[in-house]
Design a binder for this molecule. Structure first.
Ligand SMILES: *Cc1c(COP(=O)(O)O)cnc(C)c1O
Length: 426
């Protein structure tokens, strides 16, 4: 396989004392041909060999491509790893991971509070290929013991997401890594979907996980402009095997998307810091509206978050990313009207970009998750996710405030006129 990635040793990966420097300098090399400081976009399917004895370093862009390899080196460096493996989307990365680690007859343990697309992939596709699975509540002090209890002799992979999308419940990575190794006798790997925090705010591999998985579509690219996924690990044999799977199924990232993602990476630490601070402000404002349109607020930076101690331990710098979620009083109808009343925030299926983005999880990202599964993890019909962007947070709060005022004064008016109260409205 033509890929310089194979030559890395973990001990040779340069270490930077700060994420800001690593995000800009880590894994970066000036292009040897043009000396360009920005990695060139090599938009070519194939590469020319001189002779059969001296093949080109990259043979074919389904296998590897110079622009994609540059992003891989940089994503690896920020996590102090060999080069990452990049894919067309986050779900393409998950698919490659599942195909690389599971075969018919094997068993997979997953956190139950997890991205809806992951649930669909496992329930509707993997199950049909003979891979069985168990969803486990991995949050709370009992989470690691529940993971251990779900592990069978055939379990090869444990897959968790923390903070979970969109409930923001946390899983103790260190404790689950320990439980996975002990209960499986070392036969199961632990993978963590670290999309919400990225290696800038959480380091699953330092906490004992074997694999970190990312939808780079979200904060890493960060500008709503390019799809992508990546896998990081310190296990070189595993990375080589995942590259081979990617070559077999052909789900590598497109060079232009890798180019845009590498550009996003440089400002990732700065953006995440601001996203986290803005999200903290929005979460605190939402708390101030509890009882007045808001039923409850989820954000790991809130003083009364049930896993506040774990958040402080597991997230770097007491920063918790840009995603906040809350439940609106009045269920689906109130949520629908609130989302329609927003003027600045965009109603989309996306998180982690410069724009503030809102999502109705039950009907959008988690529409394919069975209703009882959704309700068990807390995604009710009045549940709203907000990915706080980089606008001035006062403007985001003003937009939410006017939307709440619109919806809840409408309710009051209809109640006063003898109409149905909001909670009961259809
Ligand atoms: C979006 C997302 C994914 C899937 O990524 P795509 O790039 O959309 O395929 C996986 N996990 C999490 C936590 C996500 O938010």
């Amino acid at each position: 396989m033509a890929c310089e990635a194979q030559k890395f040793r973990c001990s040779e990966v340069p270490k930077f004392s700060s994420a800001e420097t690593a995000a800009i300098r880590g894994g970066r090399v000036a292009d040897p041909w043009s000396r360009a400081i920005v990695t060139p976009l090599v938009q070519s399917t194939t590469f020319v060999g001189e002779s059969l004895e001296s093949p080109p370093p990259h043979a074919y862009s389904r296998v590897s491509n110079p622009t994609v390899s540059s992003l891989e080196a940089r994503l690896g460096a920020i996590e102090e790893c060999p080069p990452a493996v990049c894919f067309g989307t986050g779900l393409a990365a998950e698919t490659a991971l599942f195909l690389a680690s599971l075969r018919a007859g094997d068993h997979l343990v997953l956190g139950e509070a997890i991205y809806g697309g992951t649930v669909r992939l496992v329930r509707e596709l993997l199950a049909g290929l003979g891979v069985s699975h168990t969803f486990v509540d991995t949050a709370g002090d009992e989470g690691p013991a529940r993971v251990a209890a779900a592990i069978r002799p055939t379990t090869r992979l444990v897959f968790i997401e923390t903070p979970a999308n969109p409930t923001l419940t946390l899983t103790d990575i260190h404790a689950v890594a320990h439980a996975t190794k002990r209960a499986s006798g070392g036969n199961a790997l632990l993978a963590v979907d670290n999309t919400f925090l990225t290696p800038v705010l959480c380091r699953p591999l330092d906490l004992g996980a074997d694999i970190a998985v990312y939808s780079t579509t979200k904060h890493i690219e960060g500008h709503s402009a390019a799809m992508g996924g990546s896998i990081s690990s310190r296990d070189e044999a595993l990375l080589t095997h995942i590259r081979w799977v990617r070559k077999c199924i052909g789900n590598i990232q497109a060079p232009f998307n890798a180019y845009l993602t590498e550009r996003g990476l440089a400002t990732l630490p700065l953006r995440l810091r601001e996203h986290s601070r803005n999200a903290q402000r929005v979460a605190e404002w939402l708390v101030s509206r509890v009882g007045n349109g808001v039923a409850s607020v989820n954000f790991p930076g809130l003083a009364d978050h049930p896993q506040r101690e774990l958040a402080r331990r597991q997230h770097l710098g007491d920063l918790h990313g840009g995603v906040v979620s809350f439940e609106v009083d009045g269920g689906y109808d109130a949520a629908r009207r609130l989302l329609a009343a927003l003027q600045l925030c965009s109603l989309v299926e996306h998180v982690g970009s410069v724009e503030t983005l809102v999502t109705h999880s039950a009907s959008m990202t988690h529409a394919d998750v069975p209703r009882e599964h959704r309700l068990r993890v807390g995604i009710t019909d009045g549940f709203v996710r907000i990915s706080v962007g980089l606008e001035n947070p006062s403007d985001v709060i003003a937009d939410l405030d006017q939307a709440f005022d619109t919806v809840f004064s409408e309710c009051e008016a209809s109640t006063l006129e003898g109409g149905v109260p909001c909670q009961a409205a259809k």
